[in-house]
Ligand binder design. Structure first.
Ligand code: 6PG
Length: 267
């Protein structure tokens, strides 16, 4: 596992760096004549990245969209056309503008009332379509997982104090999240950590204290769910703007060249 923490000049640069990683994953898949399984994030993070990807496409960038299969890291228990749906967010701001065929889009059926059956159905889909990891228990392998971090240190819908944090034999669960006041379907740590690459763009002052507690010198391992994102054989890259990184102080150098790595925390 390799962990890189990159400081970018601003939030727009974070969105552009995230878009770069997504495009690079698609290009690697095309070069390898294989599909590219991407798990999209939700929350407030995606819109700037979606806008950047659509901007590049409309500017004529040659991006192999056809190799991508689009999945989600988590979804709210709402219909797919609900304003809070992570799927709707992606459909409106990325998939529809790019003309991505529905056959390549695999949303989480989180609106279903049979929660565990729905979660198991999504897991079965992942196991059918993705390659299998060599880990025990074997997990479906995403080429790229894009996660966010909430103010409480949650990621996907793995929230502090929930039983989902301890799940090791499932790739997908659906659970009630008191902090969100609703049920959420989410990928679990075993499948997230089986990914070839995980990107974690985080921006804004509101996340600075949590970033300090997660990435700073006084970080307590495992204190927050996002700290359990540790790809077994893959790469994790944090993409931070100065506001989100402001609590890290001297451990994060401001680089004028657009964000060279500020630290490789392997192990
Ligand atoms: C969701 C997301 C969630 C998100 C974090 C950060 O469904 O809300 O998948 O995990 O990544 O909550 O979101 P914000 O940037 O909006 O705080």
């Amino acid at each position: 596992m390799t962990v890189r923490v990159r400081m970018l000049p601003d939030a727009a640069a974070v969105a552009s760096a995230a878009a770069d990683r997504i495009v690079a994953a698609l290009e690697a898949a095309r070069a390898g004549s294989r599909r590219c399984a991407v798990a999209l994030s939700g929350g407030s993070g995606p819109p700037p990245v979606y806008r950047e990807l659509v901007r590049r496409a409309r500017a004529g960038a040659s991006i192999p969209w056809a190799v991508a299969d689009w999945y989600w890291g988590d979804e709210r228990a709402v219909p797919p056309d609900h304003p809070d749906s992570n799927y709707r967010l992606a459909r409106e701001h990325l998939l529809a503008p790019l003309g991505i065929p529905e056959a390549n889009v695999f949303r989480m059926p989180a609106e279903r009332g049979d929660h565990d059956t729905a979660a198991r159905a999504y897991e079965a889909l992942l196991r059918e379509r993705l390659s299998a990891s060599a880990s025990e228990p074997s997990m479906p392998v995403f080429d790229l997982v894009w996660l966010g971090m909430g103010p409480d240190g949650h990621t996907a819908s793995l929230f502090p104090g929930t039983a989902a944090l301890a799940v090791r034999d499932r790739a997908v669960v659906m659970h009630h999240v008191p902090a969100a006041g609703m049920h959420r379907m989410t990928l679990t740590f075993p499948v997230l950590n089986a990914a070839r690459e995980v990107i974690l763009p985080v921006t804004g002052e509101a996340k600075a204290e949590r970033i300090r507690e997660v990435l700073g010198p006084e970080a307590v391992p495992g204190r927050y769910p996002v700290q359990n994102i540790r790809p077994l054989h893959g790469a994790l890259e944090w993409l931070l703007d100065p506001a989100a990184a402001s609590g890290l102080g001297a451990t994060v150098e401001r680089r004028s060249n657009g964000g060279s790595p500020v630290g490789n925390m392997g192990g």
